[in-house]
Design a protein around this ligand. Structure first.
Ligand SMILES: Nc1ncnc2c1ncn2[C@@H]1O[C@H](COP(=O)(O)OP(=O)(O)O)[C@@H](O)[C@H]1O
Ligand SMILES: [Mg+2]
Length: 335
């Protein structure tokens, strides 16, 4: 019997979906013979007494979740999310650099600095990357600081706003698609898949439209209905960051695949687990037993299991689409 801590904060408890997800997690731990306790930021001193810690609160290197993760890691206690994953994923530039290092396909991307950004520079970017462009403030999450610019004036207006928070911004080609694939990856293995269907009023998975928040639809997709190249790319993108739990967002557009983002602390309360009732058991088993959880793959169709074991996506072949089509990693990294 082990002692699992589930790190939460006030925001984690702010909706009934989140509460239900946390209770599911606790019940899964107890059904496996462990005890589970909710750890709030004020309980941080209890972390050293735990056997494992699962963080279910927004992660940010500047807040208490990161401290909790660091404490666990300093005491040798298995933790999701680990401090390195939090650091990498909370900075889009760091995160994309990890994907680029592994030559994984991302939209064509540049990271201009404060000094470089000027109308002339923006004009040149529109010429090279097309219209519209997508601008991101590197610490954005929940689509908060991701915006489309269709001309130089808009670009400068958005960029100036983002530059108040960061010395660099992310500028990307726009990749149209009606949904994002979300591939859940745990310790380099496929965990779940769903589609985040983009609301008609916006281009991102959530947005404030005329003062109202609109959210994507969530469609859990069973493994046999997910193209294997999407699963493979998701796994590779997760592995490019680390060995924890990640939610990888992938777009397919004009026959090409693009990793849009690797998230640590992926949301599991929106219905992502409908086709994957074992998600929490697998996470807990991984946290408590380390790598020995291969038997929990048994709910997956056997064809896919052997496929995942034997035919890992090899980015060096550039053949993720199973055709002659080269991957879209024409990355312009200017710095
Ligand atoms: N290059 C892009 N082209 C088209 N849509 C994009 C692009 N980048 C992001 N998006 C949309 O915006 C959403 C938020 O962007 P993302 O990079 O995930 O930032 P955040 O960390 O704030 O969630 C994505 O889920 C996706 O739907
Ligand atoms: Mg995102």
């Amino acid at each position: 019997m082990s002692r699992l801590g589930i790190f939460v904060n006030r925001q984690t408890l702010s909706s009934s979906e989140q509460l239900t997800a946390l209770i599911k997690c606790r019940d899964a731990a107890e059904s496996m013979g462990h005890t589970a306790e909710f750890i709030f930021p004020v309980d941080i001193n209890r972390i050293p007494k735990l056997d494992a810690l699962f963080i279910r609160a927004n992660t940010d290197p500047m807040n208490a979740t990161y401290v909790a993760s660091r404490i666990a890691s300093l005491y040798g206690i298995p933790v999701i999310d680990d401090p390195a994953s939090i650091q990498i994923c909370s900075d889009k530039i760091n995160m994309y650099l990890h994907l680029m290092k592994k030559k994984l396909p991302i939209p064509r991307t540049v990271f201009p600095s404060k000094r470089e950004i000027a109308p002339e520079y923006a004009r040149a970017l529109f010429e090279r990357l097309g219209t519209p462009l997508v601008l991101k403030e590197p610490s954005t999450s929940f689509s908060a600081r991701v915006e489309k610019a269709s001309n130089v004036q808009e670009f400068m207006r958005i960029a100036k706003r983002f530059l108040r928070l960061s010395d660099w911004i992310v500028v990307q080609e726009y990749v149209p698609s009606s949904f994002d694939w979300r591939i859940g990856v745990l310790n380099g293995e496929f965990l779940y898949a769903c589609r985040y269907v983009i609301p008609a009023q916006t281009f991102k998975i959530q947005a404030s439209v005329n003062g109202h928040l609109v959210y994507c639809g969530v469609e859990s997709v069973p493994p046999e209905d997910v193209p294997s190249e999407i699963i493979d790319l998701g796994i590779e993108a997760g592995k490019a960051i680390g060995k924890g739990l990640y939610g990888v967002d992938i777009k397919e557009s004009n026959g090409r695949l693009y990793v849009i983002e690797v998230n640590d602390n992926p949301s599991l309360d929106g219905g992502e687990d409908v086709c994957y009732p074992e998600i929490y058991r697998r996470i807990i088993s991984y946290l408590i037993n380390g790598d020995q959880y291969a038997d929990t793959l048994s709910y997956m169709p056997s064809g896919l299991q052997s496929y995942m074991r034997d035919a890992r996506f090899d980015p060096s072949t550039q053949n993720v689409l199973g055709s002659e089509e080269p991957l879209a990693y024409r990355i312009d990294f200017e710095r």
